[in-house]
Structure formats: structure tokens, C-alpha cells
Ligand binder design. Sequence first.
Ligand code: COA
Length: 339
Amino acid sequence: MKSSITHGVKILSTGSAVPHFSLNNQTISEIVQTSDEWISTRTGIKERRLLTGSHQSVIDLAILASRKALDKISMDPSQIDLIILATSSPNDLFGSASQIQFKIGAVNAVAFDLTAACSGFVLGIVTASQFIRSGTYCNILVIGADVLSKWVDWSDRSTCILFGDAAGAAILQSCSDIENSILNFQLNTDGYYSSHLSIPYQDNDKPHAFLNLHQGSFKYLYMNGREVYKFAVSQVPLSILKCLNSLNMSVNDINWLLLHQANERILNAVAEKLSISRDKIIANLSKYGNTSAASIPLALDEALQESKIVDNDIVVIAGFGAGLTWGTIIVRWKEFTLG
Ligand code: COA
């Protein structure tokens, strides 16, 4: 249903899910030449959860996270108008969101995938907000879910130590403009550096004999760690400052800094550049590693469960990753009940 009134956006509920199997640094050092000391000091990661076993996919984790978010507010799935699944590890290249729509019983929802790697959840929230602000949809489920363990080369010590599997979900709802929680956003893309972090498709050498048509497959995740590190530490603070400036806010207004959980050193360096005290950083990557599109909603859900974030707190959320893509959302946290 469309209307010309500008609507506000509130975050009604969150949920998250991680696989049971935990792989700690000590055990990884039995697979590749590394050590707990190297991984801990360079990344802050101690363990990560992996989706092991057959017939398990990103969809299973996404469904669990979504059901938890729905159950918290006793929302009937049929009330959901739109599902956005941010993932770079679908188990169907045509998209996985429709399977989630079916399996959770969101019979009235449109559903699609959004691919923007570790910035996916930020892009998903911004996309959902546009549908709500325009009056197109009222209730939107945004999911960030990834199982990069399926795409990592487990003999490459420079990447396999970093990633874990998880899903996080948030339910957004239309509200009056005065109650609006999503105060502002700022997004960026620079495809020039796309090769620094990629899961590239590659043609096979031999084309189809008759058609001269090449077919191929996706390769393992490739990363130029140093370049990605430099990019994150230089660009993320700029995005946050731009976003704050256009609201006439300053870093002093920030209660919580919730960055994509890639590396503890990146989190600390960004906070330092912005002169934000370390105790305002939300971090859980020591337990889960980099869970790509899931990292922000997983950390948000945990911070809410621990009652860190309270009513009216200003939460600065920033995602960054492959693309390269990066962006910021500024949220004034509101505790809401189902309207
Ligand atoms: N254990 C032990 N040694 C390792 C290792 C591991 N797991 N991985 C790499 N090394 C070695 C390298 O082989 C290299 O050895 P050399 O000096 O003999 O050649 C040395 O450690 C330094 O490697 P380098 O890649 O330069 O390390 P680094 O200090 O840049 O740290 C990262 C590597 C990946 C931790 C760091 O670059 C990083 O965090 N980058 C950002 C990654 C990221 O967050 N990506 C996701 C963004 S969404």
C-alpha cells in the first residue's frame, strides 16, 4: 500500500544463530602452519563457528535467526511484506531468500538476495528503509547470513583463520517520522579495488567443442590482507564522519561503535582515528571471527541481549568489505513493542 506521507523506520526485533561446531586457534594450528599467538595478536580472533555436516546451508542459519527475531515479538510471519537476504554464500545462484520465505511461512512477503559481502547487512537495512520511508512496505525482515567456510581454502593460512559462519536478522517496521530510528546513512563503492577481496569465477581452459562456449566454476576466496586493512582503516572513519556531519552530530554523540567484525586491530584503529574510547566499541569477533554479512546483526543482537545498548543510545554502524563497498548507518536506538 503506497502513501505520500514520509514514514519513519524502527528496528522492532533482532535474532541471531551460529553453528554448534567451534574451531579454536589451537585446532587450526593442526591444519595449517599457524599459532594461537599469531592469530590472536594479529586479529583478536580466538575461535569461530563452522557449519559442518552435509545438507546444511546458509538457509538453515538464516531461518533460525529469523525465527528468533519473530518469536521475540510474537510476530506472525504472514505480517512480513519483504525479506532481504544479504549473503555472498547462497546455495543457489538464483537466490536463497525465496526458500527462507517459504520455510518460515512468510506467505505475503516478496523476497530477494542482496550481494555486497561484508557490507551486505548495512546495504540491506538501507534498502529496507527506503521501502518503508516511501510507504511501500510496513514490515521488513533483513537477514545477514554467510557460510564462508564453504569458500575458504583450508590450506591457505592467511585467510582460513579469519572467517566463521553465522546469521543475524532484524525486523524493521514503519512508524511515525518523529519515532524514526535510522537517522542517516552514507554508502560507497570502489570497484577499482575489487580484486583485493574476491571469490572469482573462472572459465575452464577447454571450451565446448561446438559452441566455443567456456564454462567454469568459482574459485576459493582470495584476499590481499594488507590492502584490505589499509582500505578499512582509512575509509571507514571518513564515512562515519560524513554521516555524522550531515546530521550536525559529532563523535562525542556516539554511545556505541558497531563495526563489521573483521579484525580487532581494525576496530581499534578506526576508534582511535575518530578519538572514540575503546569501551564504546562493540566486539564479539574473538568468539566468531569474521562472519561477513552476519557480523553486524550478530554483534547487535548480542549487545542487546547483554543490555549494553539502551533506549535513545546513538549507535554508529559501519560495514566494509569486498566490492570494495563500505558505508555507515546512524541509529538512535528505540525500544519498541509490536505496533
Ligand atoms: N599464521 C602465521 N603466519 C602467517 C599467517 C598465519 N595464519 N598468515 C600469514 N602469515 C605470515 C605470512 O606468510 C607472512 O610471512 P613472511 O613475512 O615470512 O612472508 C607474515 O605472516 C606477514 O603476513 P602479512 O599478510 O603481511 O600479515 P599482516 O600483518 O598483514 O596480517 C592479516 C595479515 C590478514 C591479519 C591482516 O592483513 C588483516 O587483518 N587484513 C585485513 C583482513 C580483513 O579484515 N579482511 C576482511 C575484510 S571484510
